[in-house]
Structure formats: C-alpha cells, structure tokens
Design a protein around this ligand. Structure first.
Ligand SMILES: C[S@@+](CC[C@H](N)C(=O)[O-])C[C@H]1O[C@@H](n2cnc3c(N)ncnc32)[C@H](O)[C@@H]1O
Length: 315
C-alpha cells in the first residue's frame, strides 16, 4: 500500500480551524503539516490559497491528487536555500520540507503576506498504518520512524544508545514511569541480538512491564519517545512556532493541534511568552464527543490559537 492508496487520514477539528483561520479568497495560509490534505482541502474550498508543507515525501502523492503545484527544490533543502523550479504556480502549492524552515519555504514560494498558519502535529494515519514505516507497535515492520526518510532511525537508537541515555529518553519524551526497567530489558535483548523490528521491540517492552490491568499497550510511551527523538519533534515545534510568529502578517492567526502534553506545554508557553502573539484560547479546545466517536484519534487533540500583534515588539 502506498501513500496515494492507503486509507485517508481524517482531519481533526476542522470547524474550529476554519473559524480561527477565517480563510477567504486572496488570503494565503500555510498548512505546515499537510498529511493527506484534509485541512488544506477545507481551506481551499473556503477560497483561500494554501502553501502546503510536509516533511514526509510520501505526502506529495496526496498533494498531487488534490491538484497542487509541486515545488521541486533546485538544491537539497538543508542549508535553508530552498530555491525551486516551479511552473506557473496557482493558489495551491506543495513543498516537501520541515515546518521549522517555514520562512525559507514561504520566501521560495514568493508569498507576500501570510494570513494564517496551521500545525496539526504528530503522525498521520497513513504513517501509522504502513508497517514498513516502523511507527506503530501494532504493525510489524522495520524499526524506522523517520518522517523524512533521512538521518538516524529508531533501530540505530535502540541498538546503540547507552543504557542511561535510553532510560532518560523514555522518561523525558515518553513520560514512561518504567523507563529504567524498559531500558534494561532493551540492553539485555540487544546483547543477544540486534532489535530490528517494531514487533521485537514491542515484545521486549511488554516483557519488562509489570503485570496488571492497563488501558493502553505497554509499548505506547516507548514508541512515542523514540518517534520524538528520531524526528526531533519538539525542537522542530519550537522553531516552527518561532518561524510562524515571524512569517505571519499583523492580525494573522496561528492554530496548533497537539496530541500529547509535551507538545501542548510548548505551545502554551510559547503563546504566553511570545512578544509577537496574543493567545485567543485560554484553555485548549477539544473535539466534540460526536467527532471522537467518528474519529478516535481526535480524543487526544488539543487546539490552541493565537493572533499576531498589530505592532510587533522588537524581537
Ligand atoms: C497529523 S498529520 C496531519 C494531517 C493533516 N492535517 C490532514 O488533514 O491530513 C501530521 C503530518 O505532519 C507531518 N509532520 C510532522 N512533523 C513535521 C514537521 N516538523 N515538518 C513538516 N511536516 C511534519 C507528518 O509527516 C504528517 O504527515
């Protein structure tokens, strides 16, 4: 199954996104986490122009199916010089890249004024459902977890990180109470043979977990921690928020949907501390019961919105 044929990802809290971003003809909105394009589609249908970004090159197939102008970097994107060759671009453009590089990507797309930025964090249903991407403990596959198919993967960390580093990682990014116990089990298992698959890792973690009733799979937090580390998700979020606050026009809106407390904490703090932004949500909005019934992924979603000040204070 490839990105274009895998079951579509259902976009979360679309109405709230539309309400805050107020898309209209002539306004440019950056969808920094395009995925399968559910949010972008709603923004386009409301008449806005969209620059869609995703670090996963497989998102390109969805963008292409939705009719995007696909930007082709003239040089490798790292280094910040995302010059592109593009045919005459319309009001829907897609660029593979990291939202932490949003400023360069917006400049390369020649956007003059940005009215809104949307970040719908985490992984898509397609990434979770494709076993070979290695994101899910429920699907056996190579232990990979790289959104951008580049750099160190999860197997490298699991098989090479020293015990203390592994335990700290599980504690910090997974908020895993049994971090040391799990790290010890991983080190013992890899001493016998390298851990290469999601199934093997899930089994090692389950075997280390104390028995007793539990609501979620014992490997859930370990997988979350590894995914965050492999993709530097929290570093990208911090830099993406800073870039969004710079790229927005006065009165432009930033909407962020997060799925766990580590992300939400960063967003909350940034909205409170940024001299360029005013928070529009005192508490995060959550999905309705009806939406959660239709899309269980929405259960964890927390949406915060902020507005760029009229007169930005000097940075
Ligand atoms: C929850 S999905 C977004 C789903 C999308 N809103 C939709 O309606 O289909 C998150 C997407 O963001 C991408 N992503 C995560 N972190 C990113 C980053 N730092 N830069 C760019 N894309 C990122 C992932 O590859 C994934 O496709």
């Amino acid at each position: 199954m490839n990105a274009a044929t895998s079951p579509a990802h259902l976009p979360v809290m679309v109405d709230a996104c539309l309400e805050f971003l107020a898309p209209h003809p002539g306004s440019w909105i950056i969808d920094g986490t395009f995925g399968a394009g559910g949010h972008s589609r709603a923004l386009l249908e409301a008449g806005a122009s969209v620059l869609a970004i995703d670090s996963d090159p497989q998102a390109r197939a969805h963008a292409s199916a939705l009719g995007a102008d696909i930007a082709t970097p003239a040089a490798p994107p790292h280094g910040g010089q995302a010059r592109e060759t593009r045919r005459e671009a319309g009001r829907f453009r897609f660029q593979a890249g990291n939202f932490r590089d949003m400023e360069q990507l917006a400049r390369a797309a020649e956007l003059s004024s940005v009215a809104g930025v949307l970040l719908d964090l985490g992984v898509s249903s397609m990434q979770l459902d494709e076993g070979e991407r290695g994101f899910a403990f429920r699907h056996d596959g190579p232990l990979d977890m790289r959104m951008a198919h580049a750099g160190r993967n999860a197997a490298d960390i699991v098989n090479e990180a020293p015990f203390e580093e592994l335990a700290a990682l599980l504690w910090r990014y997974g908020e895993e109470r049994h971090s040391r116990r799990i790290a010890r089990a991983i080190v013992e298992a890899r001493d016998r043979a390298p851990i290469r698959t999601t199934g093997q890792l899930a089994e090692v973690v389950a075997s280390a977990y104390p028995s007793g009733p539990r609501r979620t799979h014992p490997a859930r937090r370990t997988f979350q921690a590894l995914r965050i580390e492999v993709n530097d998700e929290l570093g990208a979020l911090q830099e993406g928020l800073e870039a969004a606050a710079r790229v927005l026009a006065p009165e432009g809106r930033l909407v962020v949907i997060s799925y766990h407390s580590l992300e939400d904490r960063i967003v909350k703090r940034f909205f409170k501390d940024s001299p360029r932004l005013t928070a529009l949500t005192r508490k995060p909005l959550e999905a309705s019961e009806a939406e959660i019934r239709a899309n269980p992924r929405a259960r964890a979603a927390k949406l915060r919105a902020a507005e760029r000040s009229q007169e930005p204070s000097p940075a």
